[in-house]
Ligand binder design. Structure first.
Ligand SMILES: Cc1cc2nc3c(=O)[nH]c(=O)nc-3n(C[C@H](O)[C@H](O)[C@H](O)COP(=O)(O)O)c2cc1C
Length: 193
């Protein structure tokens, strides 16, 4: 289980401001799932809102529409292979989290922790987590596959994000940015101007 501390909601946008690829976790009834999403962004400060593209073909879409909830998990470099794996296969018919755990694709597996507010799980091995409730915009969802969410709880690993700042302690605990074809950038060094 990853260590996590609550992030004040007006600071939740900082978890996405630098544009990391995320894992979207979802749950409805006895089903749960996770997929990768590069097309996401912060949308507002307070109350904090996010936007994420969730394609019509995905199981995630079905679970998010049914539950009205999702979690944006910010994966670390050390689970980049997991991120690619859950973004390359649909969870229809399989429990992707279980499969990834059993495949040993990463020693951290894909354990989960219960969220504080929503029922979708928080994925272990991530740096930050944003629990979201869908803000229903049926036209935008149907036409652009774009989902808006209000962040109702936000968490971060305090070794990586605290007092409103990222401070990546090592190469494995950096956020990642998807290019394509299985390649990513890791978040680089901070500089100020
Ligand atoms: C790194 C990465 C980023 C992705 N970004 C998105 C995205 O922003 N939106 C989306 O709909 N699909 C995206 N995908 C594809 C989904 O993750 C993929 O279709 C996934 O298998 C859906 O899983 P599901 O059917 O279990 O929900 C991405 C895939 C990868 C590997």
């Amino acid at each position: 289980m990853s260590e996590r501390m609550a992030v004040p909601l007006p600071k939740a946008y900082l978890l996405l401001n630098h544009g990391p690829t995320v894992l979207v976790s979802s749950a409805h009834g006895d089903r749960r799932n996770v997929m990768a999403a590069a097309w996401n962004m912060a949308l507002d400060f307070d109350p904090p809102k996010v936007a994420v593209v969730i394609d019509k073909s995905t199981l995630t879409r079905e679970l998010v529409e049914a539950s009205g909830e999702f979690v944006l998990n910010v994966p670390a470099r050390k689970i980049a292979a997991l991120t690619l794996a859950v973004g390359s296969e649909s969870g229809r018919g399989i429990d992707k989290l279980l499969k990834v755990m059993q495949s040993g694709i990463h020693s951290d597996g894909a354990g989960t922790t219960a969220g504080g507010v929503v029922t979708a799980p928080l994925i272990d091995g991530c740096l930050a987590w944003l629990e979201c409730r869908v803000i229903p915009e049926p036209h935008t969802q149907k036409t652009y596959d774009l989902f808006l969410g209000e962040v109702v709880a936000a968490w971060a690993d305090p070794e990586v994000f605290s007092t409103g700042r990222w401070h990546f302690p090592d190469a494995e605990r950096r956020s990642i940015h998807y290019i394509s074809g299985g390649s990513f950038f890791a978040t680089g060094d901070e500089f100020s101007v």
